[in-house]
Design a protein around this ligand. Sequence first.
Ligand SMILES: C[S@@+](CC[C@H](N)C(=O)[O-])C[C@H]1O[C@@H](n2cnc3c(N)ncnc32)[C@H](O)[C@@H]1O
Length: 333
Amino acid sequence: MPCLLHSLPPISPSTTPKTRPKPPLPAHNSRTRTLHITCTRSQDDFHATLKALNSRNRTPRKSLGQHYMLNSSINEQLVSVADVKDGDVVLEIGPGTGSLTNILVDAGATVLAIEKDPHMAALVRERFASTDRLKVLQEDFTKCHINSHMLSLLESRDLLGQKSRFAKVVSNIPFNISTDVVRQLLPMGDIFSEVVLLLQDETAMRFVESSLRTSEYRPINIFINFYSDPEYKFKVPRENFFPQPNVDAAVVTFKLKQTADYPPVSTTKSFFSMVVNSAFNGKRKMLRRSLQHICTSLEIEEALGNAGLPATSRPEELTLDDFVRLHNLIVKA
Ligand SMILES: C[S@@+](CC[C@H](N)C(=O)[O-])C[C@H]1O[C@@H](n2cnc3c(N)ncnc32)[C@H](O)[C@@H]1O
């Protein structure tokens, strides 16, 4: 394994390195916003991250989406956006060198960190060996059943009298598992109140889309809006990561709905998602054609009419509420 000292940016002895990444740039379009939060802690992740990687001779692995956060103020903002307080229980996916973990623990949270890379899991375990408020699982998050881990963590806090009914998720995740993470976490409103993720900027903008007539509108948007209220918070320019990715990132919050607040679909959620997926099947067909295998085109036209939607409606023109109404009318037909 080659020594990383040659490939990493130099570590300056000063506490504010000259090469320190710039703060986030202003919002780049009408759908984005920049959040300004004063950084109060003096923790320098630029140093901590590079030292941790150097100490292990670790070359960041592309396949694991290892782009480490170098800017502690971004980590501070993630924690602040999630409003992490003393006594909170937080799930962190992919702690890496532990730069975000450090701020979460510092804020008083008990953290469950799930890290796929055994070297990074060992590193983060070692780094936080002196605290009992961090549990590290070396697992692939996409294959891991986190319910039982989270429930036992919440219960143990409860027994100690530190009641935290809901946990939170705060993570800088590898971009390539964004959809899996969202699919797994958003229906877990009984465990998590809020999911705060650092995502690829393009994905972030796509995920918060609840409007119509864009080619980016997909069943995942219906899914996201069914289970949560998503909000694009602020953009994080690529210069803040090591190694630098080819794209910018952004922070998105998903406020999870409770089961009682889910849209009132008259069948099972899986049948509803089958209707939504069928609607989007093929190349942007009209609904009366794409839903033909569920019921006749006449019945769909009638349902569209009763829902107050044009007979020529296409899936990307429907909001979550439109889909719920149409689905309920189709089921009745
Ligand atoms: C983008 S890095 C973020 C690291 C750290 N949180 C930071 O902000 O610097 C993503 C981390 O997720 C880990 N990872 C990649 N795939 C994973 C998976 N399927 N499950 C859990 N961790 C994963 C990587 O090894 C890496 O440590």
